[in-house]
Design a protein around this ligand. Structure first.
Ligand code: ZN
Length: 704
């Protein structure tokens, strides 16, 4: 009896757990449409509005939950009638005896000060920053519900038609087509956007700020809008280079038409990531904006293609849950690589695969390999191993079957969610092959199949040649001279040429000088860059050649060359300063800040300007600057040990920044400074005079 009872309890609890696991709200309710008016009040960091949902009840239920974090709700009406509800920090639950029915309506008012998911940039800074005031959103993973009552579950897909009220004088870009724009009064403008198809809530987005845009058209007539800040107009061409080519290529390669009404790309300040594929509305980091010199080292092409590929893989067909994250990221990474192969050639394609194979092998060899099919792997696995898996599957089943499988998968799960088995089933159907071995080796196994990857890479003649040269790393120069010399013959391959230069690092024999000379004269930008980055002890006879690197069209090369020359040849410093005066460099002003710093530690050069130069360098730490600029400035001030009061205050503000990486950088640096008595007493002083939210971290460390 006793035993039997225990068995029963056990039995029932299992059933209960299984039920809890199995059912989600989408089994009971199907939301089809949301129409909202959202007021954004930046000066109060506040969002409020009203939203009206249309939904069907699939099976009887007594509670309906809408996600909305830390929100106030009011005026809730179900089919026009007041209804019982309860609110907690995750959202609002409507308590009602729901019966299967269609076209129900739920209306509610909401208000919140978003703690995440929506960011107000530069609204508390002085008037001078008005040009750089922005508001933007970031919904992935479950952050849309921080500013808009919506659904954290990716499986709830509905059509969102949102209108926004925003201060006049700015552009506001949201999902869908801009149906109407209207000045409501002296200070507020209404922006009405219209969507035609359903999507998951995490893809709802808008960005607002001072923007101009350029519209181009795809081969199939889709409208592609490229936004930029007015002050970045000179950077539009190099930043958005190949946008049309990428769009046309992906549409053709994927074989399914672009699924949304239009495509917009908007760069924003202080973004959390490189880019985010909101439906039809990619938001990306303004740091991707570049001039044509910066383009050569760091450009937007890959991110551009990655976020566009997501419009199909992620937005049209969405992973069912985190375990299938590679269906979004692996595909976006792989198709971006295919777009780059189209633009930059096959060597580039194989090089990128080679680089990621090395990283994946290293992770795997250290025992930290991760399975693609898992809900807690890292991005290297979901993105790069995912792309590798697709590369391998295409080799296995052939291009024709691969394309057919992908097309069928997209058509079958359009505007729905999918899991890995759904994809594999389509690939098996298209190819007639059993892919269970592939699933085990590439998707379930945590180790990386390095030897299979290497076999695949070796199909490229370029990779075979590269590996032959790389195999010489430990060989004495006298024994490999001829091979290295031949590798530098015109036209030198970017990657093989760089490998040769790396192998010369630290050598200054006649043979090495010979090869260096040939590498300099190759006039290959990347081979010369490798010299700038890796040559140690610049010999007097190499001086003139090395100085020519200051004129190369690469900010990485210029930065490394300026520093090394300044250090090695003090007698020529004036020449180096003149040659690089006024160059800003990348978005983080890498050349300008190095120039200012070297100037400050060269007292004999322009001593009368030292005050101005210090002020400029320290000014780059201001919270009105993008965090990439601030981080660079903090680094230099630390190296020369001269924080003034305002740069210390700016560092303290950085310890509460919304960008996780920058916040950590500031916190780590602050801890370092607190070890210094002088800085510590200055910081104690600052803790007293700044407001509390900005000094939480500092105070906790001063007490500790
Ligand atoms: Zn992605």
């Amino acid at each position: 009896m006793h035993k039997k009872l225990a068995f029963l309890v056990f039995f029932y609890s299992v059933v209960f757990i299984a039920q809890e696991k199995k059912y989600s709200q989408t089994d009971f309710f199907d939301f089809t449409h949301a129409e909202a008016q959202v007021q954004i009040i930046p000066i109060k960091t506040r969002v409020e509005g009203n939203i009206s949902y249309e939904f069907n009840v699939i099976q009887a239920a007594d509670t309906l939950h809408i996600d909305g974090r830390h929100m106030q709700f009011s005026d809730i009406l179900l089919n026009g009638n007041t209804v019982k509800f309860s609110v907690d920090e995750t959202g609002v639950s409507i308590i009602h005896s729901f019966r299967p029915s269609s076209k129900n309506n739920l209306e509610l008012k909401f208000a919140t000060h978003p703690k995440s998911g929506l960011y107000f940039i530069n609204w508390n800074s002085p008037e001078i920053d008005k040009e750089n005031r922005q508001v933007w959103t970031q919904g992935q993973g479950k952050y849309t519900s921080s500013w808009l009552p919506s659904f954290d579950d990716m499986q709830e897909k509905l059509e969102f038609d949102l209108s926004y009220e925003f201060p006049s004088g700015y552009e506001l870009i949201g999902n869908g087509i801009l149906k109407n724009k209207e000045q409501l009064n002296d200070s507020v403008t209404l922006w009405e956007y219209d969507m035609k198809k359903p999507m998951s809530s995490y893809l709802v987005a808008f960005a607002a700020g001072k923007y101009d845009h350029k519209t181009i058209s795809s081969a199939t007539g889709d409208s592609i809008m490229l936004f930029y800040r007015p002050q970045d107009s000179q950077m539009v061409e190099p930043s958005y280079r190949y946008s049309k080519e990428i769009f046309d290529f992906l549409e053709k390669e994927i074989g399914e038409p672009y699924p949304w009404q239009n495509y917009k790309q908007i760069p924003v300040l202080d973004f959390l990531y490189a880019g985010m594929e909101n439906t039809g509305t990619t938001i990306f980091s303004n740091s991707m904006m570049t001039d044509s010199i910066g383009y050569k080292d760091r450009n937007f092409v890959n991110v551009n293609a990655h976020e566009l590929a997501h419009q199909w893989f992620g937005d049209l067909v969405t992973e069912k849950n985190g375990k299938h994250h590679w269906l979004n990221e692996g595909f976006a990474t792989y198709y971006a690589l295919l777009a780059e192969k189209e633009l930059f050639g096959e060597d580039y394609y194989y090089w990128k695969l080679f680089e990621t194979a090395e990283q994946l092998k290293e992770l795997s060899d250290s025992g930290k390999g991760e399975a693609i099919l898992s809900s807690n792997s890292g991005s290297l696995t979901y993105y790069q191993k995912g792309a590798w898996a697709l590369h391998i599957i295409k080799e296995k089943i052939g291009e024709k079957a691969f394309k057919e499988g992908v097309k069928n998968y997209l058509e079958l799960y359009s505007f729905k969610n999918a899991e890995t088995d759904n994809l594999i089933a389509e690939m098996e159907m298209a190819s007639g092959q059993d892919l269970s071995q592939f699933v085990n080796d590439w998707l379930r196994q945590s180790a990386f199949k390095a030897s299979e990857a290497l076999e695949s890479l070796k199909k490229s003649e370029f990779i075979r040649n590269y590996l032959n040269i790389a195999a010489l790393r430990e060989t004495p120069l006298s024994q490999k001279y001829e091979l290295l010399d031949k590798a530098l013959d015109f036209p030198v391959n970017d990657y093989i040429g760089q490998e040769v230069v790396h192998q010369l690092s630290g050598l200054n024999s006649e043979l090495a000088i010979d090869l260096y000379t040939k590498a300099f004269e190759s006039n290959n930008l990347y081979v010369r860059q490798a010299i700038a980055l890796t040559m140690k002890d610049i010999l007097q006879e190499m001086k003139e050649k090395f100085e020519t690197l200051l004129g190369d069209a690469s900010y990485l090369t210029k930065e490394a060359a300026l520093y090394k020359l300044w250090e090695r040849f003090p007698e020529s410093r004036t020449y180096y300063f003149e040659k690089t005066r006024g160059i800003e460099g990348f978005y983080n002003k890498n050349i300008r800040m190095l120039w200012l710093t070297l100037n400050l530690v060269t007292p004999e050069y322009e001593p009368e300007k030292a005050g101005d130069y210090y002020k400029e360098l320290s000014g780059y730490t201001s919270s009105a600057m993008p965090f990439e600029v601030r981080e660079n400035a903090f680094g230099y001030l630390y190296q020369i040990g001269t924080f003034d009061r305002s740069s210390l205050e700016n560092l303290v503000k950085g310890t509460e920044h919304h960008t996780w990486r920058f916040k950590k950088y500031c916190r780590d640096l602050l801890l370092e400074l607190l070890k210094n008595e002088e800085y510590r007493s200055k910081l104690e002083n600052i803790a007293q005079s700044m407001n509390k939210e900005e000094t939480d971290y500092l105070r906790s460390k001063l007490m500790g």
